[in-house]
Ligand binder design. Structure first.
Ligand code: BES
Ligand code: ZN
Length: 591
């Protein structure tokens, strides 16, 4: 039986998982998790149950004192293997004993040398979109939610952290191990399951907020994110009460494939967000907003991804407006619009990837572009303009309250929008925004005087006048980004050198700025950049910034030959998700 959602083997007619009890032993020597998981179903299951797995080594399946038989009866290199459990006789609970693979897609096992401290190993998971199945057999679709509790046994001296409530720490039964106990009382979809193990220290930031990081980074991290409590208070005004208890951050090593991941109660974060200036706070605003838009109200399938990311980007701009002011927000929006159009051009204006409702695709990660983020945000802004902010704000609160802890499709959302705010449909071409490619011509364009300043400099540059160091010295980070984004794709090598100097790139720690500059530098033939690019691709896993650099290397004659050998040198240092994404770019290019 083929399920409607092509990213999963789950058959929802068989019944849904309700709760899972995990006992996990973390083994760094074999790079595996040894797991016993006991499942409680919503209702008793008669006969078969299909679960998603990826390279799971299943050892035993039991229920109510009986052994269960099983078969991995379908397989696919993206979806993994369908686990077909057999012989259930109206059982509503069963227990699986298994081991994960060292190649588990969700897990990155790091050597000590890849951490800030350099002394102890590190492990972290990244389950979104469809990688939870490589950690435990599950119905790996965002339309199934379950609660869980977990015991995680880790080697002594390491700390286990989960996106859940910590309820205790005990001595392990094994020699020299510690057991961390957790519970997640709010139902979550599988992609929000998260685990990390490392030399982690915890520091309180506020009554509900704190931060985990390696001892070497905790001080800087605590300073950078000291304002998180104020953020929650602001977010609550827009979105309603924060229902997850605590909001902590976990700073990961730089190979983390994303900027942030909104794991409930515990956002996972790239260390490159620590700039020493509190300059990348919109990233936290984004991940925090997901506590509502995404975690509380969840997209039912990955085709509805804009419901998670478009809503979150919209909420991010609203919260940024309060915390950082309208000027900065408008600048972000102007940048986002340019970025959206650039990405749409890159995938092709008529590609179905430019629709908000995405096409059915097996590989959910392959349609992760920023289009649903920005186009989704601009669509929601149009809805806001159509009814006015007050009414839209009341709608947001009602939307959150009505669908909390539920998953919904684009169509269910549109039904709700129609019932609550019918005028939106008179003023906005909703169908066009959601189901058609490109960007509708009739829309409000972002206006930003900070962006206009940059545009003036760009226009002058086109006429041959380069900006001076003084002119750009006090630019906001997003102005620098907008400038780099607005430059022609190729510029004279001397100009690369000049911008490298006046932007003081060597002094900056900002990977987003590096990424934009490296792309231009590569395309322009500024070959001196190569060692810095190599170092960047070696260290940084954040795909939003690494993949464009890889694409530039592939697409430029002089650098074309360097990328495959570079990738082979660094692949062991990256998360499987990043490796998979780069591998796809290289093979698509015939490399
Ligand atoms: N939930 C996403 C990360 C993600 C998306 C993981 C799709 C797997 C599949 C997260 O909230 C996110 O969007 N992160 C962005 C930062 C954001 C500010 C644009 C990132 O990682 O770059
Ligand atoms: Zn997001």
């Amino acid at each position: 039986m083929q399920s409607m959602d092509p990213t999963t083997y789950t058959d929802l007619t068989q019944g849904k998982i309700k709760h899972i009890l995990f006992r996990i032993a973390v083994d760094f020597s074999t790079r595996t998790l040894e797991v016993e998981s006991t499942y409680q179903m919503q209702e008793p299951i008669q006969g078969s149950l299909f679960l998603d797995t990826y390279k799971i080594d299943l050892k035993e399946a039991r229920t109510n004192g009986r052994e269960l038989t099983w078969e991995f009866d379908e397989e696919n290199n993206i979806l993994g293997e369908r686990l077909h459990l057999k012989g259930l006789e109206n059982d509503s609970t069963f227990t699986l004993t298994f081991r994960t693979s060292p190649e588990a897609r969700a897990l990155q096992w790091l050597n000590a040398s890849q951490t800030a401290g350099g002394q102890l190993p590190f492990l972290f998971s990244q389950c979104q979109a469809i990688h939870a199945r490589s950690v435990f057999p599950c119905q790996d679709t965002p339309s199934v939610r379950f609660t869980y509790s977990a015991e995680v046994e880790v080697p002594q001296g390491l700390v286990g952290a989960m996106a859940a409530e910590q309820i205790g720490i005990d001595e392990g039964t094994g020699m020299g191990s510690t057991v961390f106990r957790f519970r997640m009382p709010q139902p979550i979809p599988s992609y929000l399951f998260a685990l990390a193990v490392g030399n982690l220290e915890f520091r309180e930031l506020g009554p509900r907020t704190g931060i985990y990081a390696e001892p070497q980074t905790i001080q800087a991290a605590a300073w950078e994110f000291a304002e998180n409590e104020a953020k929650i208070i602001e977010a609550e005004k827009l979105l309603g009460p924060y229902l997850w208890g605590r909001y902590d951050l976990l700073v990961l090593p730089p190979s983390f494939p994303y900027g942030g991941m909104e794991n409930p109660r515990l956002t996972f974060l790239t260390p490159t967000a620590i700039l020493g200036t509190r300059g990348m706070l919109s990233l936290i605003t984004h991940e925090l907003a997901h506590a509502w838009t995404g975690n509380l109200v969840t997209n039912a399938t990955w085709q509805d991804f804009w419901l998670n990311e478009g809503w979150t980007t919209y909420a991010e701009t609203r919260i940024t407006e309060v915390l950082e002011g309208k000027d900065v927000t408008d600048l972000h929006l102007a940048f986002n619009e340019k970025q959206l159009i650039a990405v749409m051009n890159q995938v092709g204006m008529d590609s179905p990837l430019t629709q908000l409702k995405l096409p059915a695709e097996r590989d959910a990660d392959s349609f992760t572009t920023t289009i649903p983020y920005f186009k989704g945000c601009f669509f929601l802004q149009e809805c806001e303009y159509a009814v006015g902010r007050d009414r839209f704000d009341a709608f947001i609160q009602k939307y959150m309250a009505s669908f909390q802890f539920q998953s919904l499709s684009t169509e269910a959302f549109l039904d709700f929008l129609k019932a609550e705010l019918p005028e939106v449909f008179e003023k906005v071409n909703v169908h066009k925004w959601i189901y058609e490619t490109r960007l509708p011509e009739e829309r409000h364009r972002p206006k930003s005087h900070l962006y206009d300043e940059v545009e003036n400099v760009l226009n002058e540059y086109e006429r041959g006048i380069k900006p001076t160091r003084e002119q750009i010295q006090n630019w906001h980070r997003y102005q620098v980004l907008s400038f780099l984004q607005g430059l022609p794709p190729k510029i004279p090598v001397e100009d690369c050198k000049y911008f490298d100097e006046i932007l003081e790139l060597e002094k900056r720690k900002d990977v987003s700025i590096f990424s934009y500059f490296y792309v231009i530098a590569i395309a322009s033939g500024y070959k001196e950049i190569l060692p810095r690019v190599e170092q960047f691709v070696d260290k940084i896993g954040r795909m939003l910034y690494v993949l464009p650099v890889v694409r530039a290397m592939i697409g430029t004659d002089w650098s074309h030959g360097y990328i495959r050998p570079l990738f082979e040198r660094v692949r062991d240092r990256h998360h499987q998700i990043t490796v998979h994404a780069i591998e796809r770019l290289l093979t698509d290019a015939g490399l």
